[in-house]
Design a protein around this ligand. Structure first.
Ligand code: SAM
Length: 218
């Protein structure tokens, strides 16, 4: 019961001001470090053209741009992009639907999305659009919660990171509400959508997975 009540502050912020919730989450190490570890593992070169889809309030996109990477970031929510564009950093923020971006074909060296493929109704529709905007030989990587991210897993992270009340509630809410995907199913979808064999990397003790694939040449 107390654990359920602990989710209320994060839930209230999610309802009242979603951009503020994701902005706050990015300040927590348990939320931010899987994203930055994921980016480091991808070894994106300086001056690469990178698109982030479902960028939320833009904190991660700004961190990517601070490494000299040329970042475009899109979210379908006006409020998210308003918040994103109010921050510093050389990112082009756009309002748009990640499954139908309206961007030119073969524009990007990398396309990333965090907690989007498990949110859109049809993950394959997203991957087809990602493949369209990627240059041949470019790479796409999607990060999402796995079935391992259950309530016990959330409690272990809360203990490991000594989370305070708000962060603990947010983690419990995430574990209970997020749609989880099997990494192997996501690898199969990559291969169905024009990518070569995809690979899996795990973060947050296996609670999050990144699937990465390279677009096949035409
Ligand atoms: C769970 S949040 C993740 C935000 C951020 N990527 C992160 O990891 O903290 C999902 C984001 O995807 C956006 N979104 C959902 N469906 C979308 C779509 N079809 N096209 C673009 N953005 C979308 C939402 O507005 C929201 O900002």
């Amino acid at each position: 019961m107390l654990k359920t009540i602990s989710t209320f502050p994060a839930l209230a912020l999610l309802i009242a001001d979603t951009p503020a919730l994701f902005d706050r989450l990015y300040r927590y190490e348990w939320y931010r470090s899987p994203l930055t570890d994921w980016l480091d593992a991808l070894k994106v070169g300086e001056n690469a053209k990178l698109l982030e889809l479902g960028c939320g309030p833009g904190n991660f996109a700004r961190d990517i741009a601070s490494k000299g990477i040329d970042v475009t970031a899109m979210d379908r929510s006006d409020n998210m992009i308003k918040k994103a564009a109010s921050g510093n950093g050389a990112v082009e923020f756009l309002v748009g639907d990640a499954t139908q971006t309206g961007l030119g074909t073969e524009q990007f060296d990398f396309v990333l999305s965090s907690s989007l493929i498990n949110v859109v109704p049809d993950g394959k529709q997203l991957l087809v659009e990602v493949a369209r905007v990627l240059k041949s030989g470019g790479a796409a990587s999607v990060l999402f919660p796995t079935p391992k991210f259950d309530s016990e897993h959330a409690e272990r992270i809360i203990a490991d990171y000594r989370c305070g009340v708000f962060a603990a509630g947010a983690l419990r809410l995430w574990a209970s509400k997020a749609r989880k995907l099997d990494p192997q199913d996501v690898c199969d979808s990559f291969e169905d959508c024009g990518f070569g064999p995809a690979s899996v990397s795990l973060f947050l003790n296996g609670g999050l997975a990144a699937v990465t694939g390279t677009k096949k040449s035409a």
